[in-house]
Design a protein around this ligand. Sequence first.
Ligand SMILES: CCCCCCCCCCCCCC(=O)SCCNC(=O)CCNC(=O)[C@H](O)C(C)(C)COP(=O)(O)OP(=O)(O)OC[C@H]1O[C@@H](n2cnc3c(N)ncnc32)[C@H](O)[C@@H]1OP(=O)(O)O
Ligand SMILES: CCCCCCCC/C=C\CCCCCCCC(=O)OC[C@@H](O)COP(=O)(O)O
Length: 329
Amino acid sequence: MLLGIPCAIHPDPGLSSSASSCWGNMMDVVLLHGLLLLLPLAALLLYRYNATFHYFCKVAFFNCWIIAMATLLSPFAALRGRSVENMKLLRAAILPLKHFYGIKMQVWGLEHLNTEELYVIVSNHQAALDLMGMVEIIPDRCVPIAKKEILYMGTVGWASWLSGIIFVDRYKREDAINVISQTARTMQREKFRVWIFPEGTRNQDKSMLPFKRGAFHLAVQAQVPIFPVVFSPYWDFFSSKEKKFTSGTCTIQILPKVETQGLSSTDVPRLTDTVRQAMADAFAEMSVSCCEDQSAEHPQHPHCAGVGAGAGRGTGSPQCEENTTGTSN
Ligand SMILES: CCCCCCCCCCCCCC(=O)SCCNC(=O)CCNC(=O)[C@H](O)C(C)(C)COP(=O)(O)OP(=O)(O)OC[C@H]1O[C@@H](n2cnc3c(N)ncnc32)[C@H](O)[C@@H]1OP(=O)(O)O
Ligand SMILES: CCCCCCCC/C=C\CCCCCCCC(=O)OC[C@@H](O)COP(=O)(O)O
């Protein structure tokens, strides 16, 4: 008997039709088992030797991880209700991802964020992988502003809402502006910080997109400083266009704060340009060193070696932390 199929092992040429169909069944089962064994093997080989398959597997794992963690954490977050404190859960859930992907995180200038005051963080936005960088440095009581579509992503939406993430409808300017103005009032009252991607969408080009003004209006309305944060380009390890996803190093540079005290809405365009320029300069500088690092046998970033000081970087020596094992704050 094979898997419950009563059948002779060796077919006899003179067997009846029911016996030969039994033999056929057995062959089907053997073939099925063979296929079941071959499929994972083929997948393994594809994963190892086909960059595109490798890319899709890694992206799928990323999404599955986020969905699984959101599903797991939502009930715990719900116990507390909608609260910025729930961001700690999301942060803890995303922190281990860098280990799975072999992504090293280097953080410079973390000391800038070690202040009791409220502020707005603005950063460039290359891919969903930014979440891995965000959780390295996101301070306590800080919520991102996200596109409304995330709210409808099932448990990911619930987890985000429960963590106090603020949603804007990018296609309804008036509504988005209202949400930001309201955020300016509540961030003072409820004492939280805000993280905004002023490019407004993901961008993997060699330069940053023009900045939207919401983040800067927010900082001016709330009269809080802005901390520009720059993620180094992912080119050497991630590209959605080229379907590339390998291990690599991501450097996160926190630039000194930009004050907004006394500024009004008429100053917003200039403030936006100043911050964007500082970030673009830092990004350009990091792009060069990112390529140098790639070719170096023992990569050491110029800033870690104490060389170079680009635009927007200010007082104090840049803090250089290499972080692959734990959190940086
Ligand atoms: C484990 C579980 C994990 C869960 C996963 C969690 C996921 C977490 C996800 C986190 C990551 C998620 C990442 C993401 O989802 S990124 C995508 C969503 N984020 C954003 O879009 C943020 C950036 N966008 C903006 O700031 C835009 O400005 C908005 C959306 C507000 C409007 O866009 P729009 O394109 O329409 O505007 P514009 O900037 O060209 O400006 C147009 C005009 O409006 C004026 N104006 C603008 N704002 C204000 C204001 N507040 N008060 C007064 N005026 C204001 C402005 O001065 C200008 O006028 P003028 O100056 O030309 O005269
Ligand atoms: C019941 C519905 C179930 C739907 C399930 C949806 C599954 C969603 C899968 C994985 C969730 C991963 C979400 C991570 C969000 C990362 C944030 C991000 O990078 O958003 C992109 C946004 O900044 C800019 O968007 P665009 O570049 O303008 O586009």
